[in-house]
Ligand binder design. Structure first.
Ligand SMILES: Cc1cc2nc3c(=O)[nH]c(=O)nc-3n(C[C@H](O)[C@H](O)[C@H](O)COP(=O)(O)O)c2cc1C
Length: 304
C-alpha cells in the first residue's frame, strides 16, 4: 500500500486545522501524521521579549534540538510538509526539521507538497525550504500558501495581539480576526482533492497550474517589494545582535533596539515607501512583477 507522510509544527493549532481540512479527500490510503516540536518548546502565547528575541536564530536558520519523533517508514510515496514563516525565514522548528538527517533521508526521490500558514510574507522562507528539500533529493510538486488577506498593517496588529495573548479574536472588537480566515481554512480541502488526484494518477504534472487556477492564491506587489528588501535587513540585524551579545544583558539591549527599529520600519517607513512605490513606480513595472510572482508561485516546481 502507498504511504503518505504528513509532518509539521503548529503553535496555535492553525496549521493543524489547515492540514486536517486538506487531508479530508485522502480516503483509502495510509497516512502517517507526525506533529513535531522543539525539545524546549517555544512559548505560546509569546512574551514580547521572547517574540523579538527569536529573530536572529530564525533568520540565520540555526536549528535547535527537536523533541523525539518517530517515522515508521524509511520511504514514502508523498510527503506533505506544513510550515509557517518566522521573520521571513522558516520557523525555527521547521528549520530544525529540514536540517534533521532522519527527515532528510525520507525526502530522497520523493514528491513533496508544502502547505504554508503565514501572515502574508512567505516568499523568502519558501526559497529556503525548497532549497533544503532539493538539497535532500526531494522534488517539490505543489505549494499551497495560505495567508491573512487583510491589509498589511492591520494583519500585523491583529497577529501581534494573537501571538502575545494566545487569543485568535478581534482586538478591541475593531480589528478583524487574525490569521488565515475560517473560509480559507475550510476551502483548503479543494487543494487536497487536487493533490490526491495527482497522487492517485501517479503524476503531479500541471498540479500547481490547477492549484493557482482556483484564483485563491496570489502575491501582492507590496509584499514582493518588502520581501525583496526585508531579508537582507533582518540578516544585518541578526548578525549585529549575535556580534554584540557577549552577555544576555547586552543581547536584550540590542534586541530591544531592533524591536523599535522594526516597529518604526513597519508602521511608519513602509507605508510611506509603499505609497510612493504604488503611485510612481509600480505602474511601470507590471511585467517584472508578474515574472517575480511566477518565480515564487512555482518555486522548485517543473512547469512542463
Ligand atoms: C516569531 C514569529 C514571526 C513571524 N514572522 C512571520 C513572517 O515573517 N511572515 C509571515 O507571513 N508570518 C509570520 N508569522 C506568523 C506565522 O507564520 C504563523 O502564521 C502564525 O504564527 C500561526 O502559526 P501556527 O500554526 O504555528 O500557530 C510569525 C509568527 C511568529 C510567532
Amino acid at each position: 500500500m502507498k504511504r503518505i507522510l504528513v509532518i509539521g509544527y503548529s503553535q496555535s493549532g492553525q496549521l493543524d486545522e489547515i492540514l486536517a481540512n486538506f487531508l479530508k479527500p485522502f480516503q483509502g490510503v495510509e497516512i502517517e501524521q507526525v506533529k513535531i516540536d522543539t525539545k524546549e518548546a517555544f512559548p505560546f502565547p509569546w512574551t514580547s521579549a521572547v517574540f523579538f528575541d527569536t529573530m536572529p536564530e530564525s533568520v540565520l536558520e540555526e536549528p535547535v534540538e527537536l523533541a523525539p519523533y518517530t517515522l515508521k517508514s524509511s520511504s514514502y510515496d508523498l510527503v506533505i510538509l506544513g510550515y509557517q514563516p518566522w521573520y521571513l525565514s522558516p520557523s525555527i522548528p521547521t528549520t530544525s526539521l529540514l536540517k534533521d538527517p532522519k527527515f532528510l533521508s525520507v525526502l530522497k526521490n520523493t514528491p513533496v507538497v508544502t502547505l504554508i500558514g503565514a501572515r502574508n510574507m512567505w516568499l523568502n522562507a519558501h526559497e529556503s525550504v525548497v532549497g533544503y528539500i532539493e538539497g535532500a533529493g526531494g522534488k517539490v510538486v505543489g505549494n499551497i500558501p495560505l495567508i491573512d488577506r487583510h491589509q498589511n498593517l492591520v494583519s500585523a496588529l491583529s497577529i501581534l495581539h494573537w501571538m502575545l495573548t494566545g487569543k485568535k479574536e478581534r482586538k478591541w472588537g475593531v480589528l478583524p480576526s487574525p490569521g488565515v480566515s475560517d473560509k480559507d481554512i475550510e476551502e483548503v480541502e479543494i487543494f487536497g482533492k487536487k493533490v490526491f488526484e495527482g497522487f492517485q494518477k501517479g503524476t503531479y504534472q500541471g498540479l500547481q497550474d490547477e492549484i493557482l487556477a482556483e484564483d485563491k492564491i496570489d502575491i501582492h506587489p507590496s509584499v514582493l517589494l518588502v520581501e525583496m528588501r526585508g531579508k537582507s535587513l533582518f540578516l544585518a540585524w541578526a548578525n549585529l545582535i549575535k556580534k554584540k551579545s557577549a552577555s544576555s544583558k547586552k543581547r536584550s539591549f540590542w534586541v530591544s533596539v531592533y524591536k523599535y527599529y522594526l516597529l518604526v520600519a513597519l508602521f511608519i517607513v513602509s507605508p510611506i515607501v509603499l505609497t510612493i512605490y504604488t503611485l510612481l513606480i509600480r505602474p511601470f513595472t507590471g511585467k517584472s512583477i508578474q515574472k517575480k510572482k511566477e518565480h515564487f508561485l512555482y518555486l522548485g516546481i517543473d512547469r512542463n
